[in-house]
Design a protein around this ligand. Structure first.
Ligand SMILES: *Cc1c(COP(=O)(O)O)cnc(C)c1O
Length: 355
């Protein structure tokens, strides 16, 4: 398959607002291709102007939610080199999500190349300030105009690009999170380990209630016993005790984050005692009370590392830090962003060069 270009050749002026809020503006171009079971699969890959989609109101995605996505970032380094952080991992994960929702797989090499072409075309839109990047959002949706519940035969795959600043309104300041046992996000053998759109729709009520209480995100507990911590809205969670750094294991209900994977690798190399294990919320509270809980941080593409300032559960509020991020979280944030911005060597080969 060859990518066709359906773009205006005028040079668009790049206008990035001073205060770049997450995910509000998009670059002028988008990658798109279609899948038709009858035509033998994916066809018509093209890079075109960013514009509205035309879909039947009966399009299956709108009714039954066959929608999966990914999130990754491109960075412009000081010498102008453009890199994408671990994109193969995202495409692999997207195919896992696709298989789980009976959607077609994509050719990872082909899509990676398309992604690079698109990023190259719109590279002037990559903001360079610390903490800023070009967020890449691949998306796949079912388009059959049929009101019957079955896997669709037609799909659309898109890649859009959004210049972004820090994910949380707090910027790099620590964020307050609230654990809840009023709702659950996902259960093992469900779709919690896939980036499927429905997971987020189901999480909004809890997030809204957390925000009403002054907390930025929800810390989910396991769906069966409501006993173990699982993850935050869009981040995996790490808890640093005096003798150990712990993160919940991947047992099918939490998203296998690529930032999580990177953090585990770095901590191992730094000689930390890093454990993937069940972490009861009660243990977190007890060890806060006995002084052996040092810090809590989240890890995800959007914020990279986000230190937790306060953790609320029922009537208990653990005050972890105020203005300053936790020590290890800050060190990891620096290490990972130093790799991304090319300030230190890419010793794990995590960066894919665009041009
Ligand atoms: C995307 C996401 C993460 C983080 O994954 P990364 O690959 O590190 O960006 C964690 N949890 C949920 C629910 C997510 O959607």
């Amino acid at each position: 398959m060859n990518i066709t270009y359906e773009i205006k050749d005028e040079k668009r002026k790049v206008e990035l607002p001073e205060n770049l809020v997450f995910g509000r503006i998009f670059t002028p171009h988008i990658f798109e291709m279609d899948y038709d079971e009858a035509l033998g699969g994916w066809h018509s890959p093209r890079i075109k102007e960013f514009e509205n989609l035309s879909l039947s109101p009966a399009a299956m995605v709108l009714h039954y939610g066959q929608a999966i996505f990914e999130g990754l970032k491109a960075y412009k380094q000081e010498d102008g080199k453009v890199v994408i952080f671990r994109p193969r991992k995202n495409l692999e994960r997207m195919n896992n999500s696709a298989t789980r929702l009976c959607m077609p797989n994509i050719d990872e090499d082909f899509v990676l190349n398309a992604m690079k072409e698109l990023v190259k075309l719109d590279k002037d839109w990559i903001p360079t300030k610390q903490g800023h990047a070009l967020y890449i959002r691949p998306l796949m949706i079912a388009t059959d105009p049929v009101l019957g519940v079955r896997p669709a035969d037609n799909y659309k795959f898109l890649i859009m690009l959004s210049p972004v600043g820090p994910y949380y309104p707090e910027g790099f300041k620590p964020v307050p999170i609230m654990a809840t046992d009023k709702y659950v996000r996902s259960v093992r053998k469900g779709v919690g380990d896939c980036k499927v759109a429905g997971n987020y729709a189901g999480s909004l009520a809890a997030q809204k209630e957390a925000i009403a209480e002054g907390y930025t995100q929800v810390l989910w507990l396991d769906a069966i016993e409501q006993k173990y911590i699982e993850e935050v809205g869009t981040m995996n969670i790490f808890v640093r005790f005096k003798d150990e750094v712990a993160t919940p294991p991947l047992q099918g209900s939490i998203l296998p984050g690529i930032t999580r994977l990177s953090v585990i690798q770095i901590l191992k190399d730094w000689g930390y005692n890093i454990k993937e294990r069940l972490i009861p919320i009660q243990e977190v509270i007890d060890r806060y009370n006995d002084g052996s809980l040092l810090e809590v941080f989240g890890a995800g593409t959007a914020a990279v590392i986000s230190s937790v300032s306060k953790l609320k559960y029922h009537d208990t509020v653990l005050k972890l830090t105020e203005e300053e991020p936790g020590e290890l979280g800050a060190k990891l944030f620096k290490e990972i962003t130093d790799i991304q911005y090319g300030r230190i060597s890419d010793r794990y080969n995590w960066l894919e060069t665009v041009d």
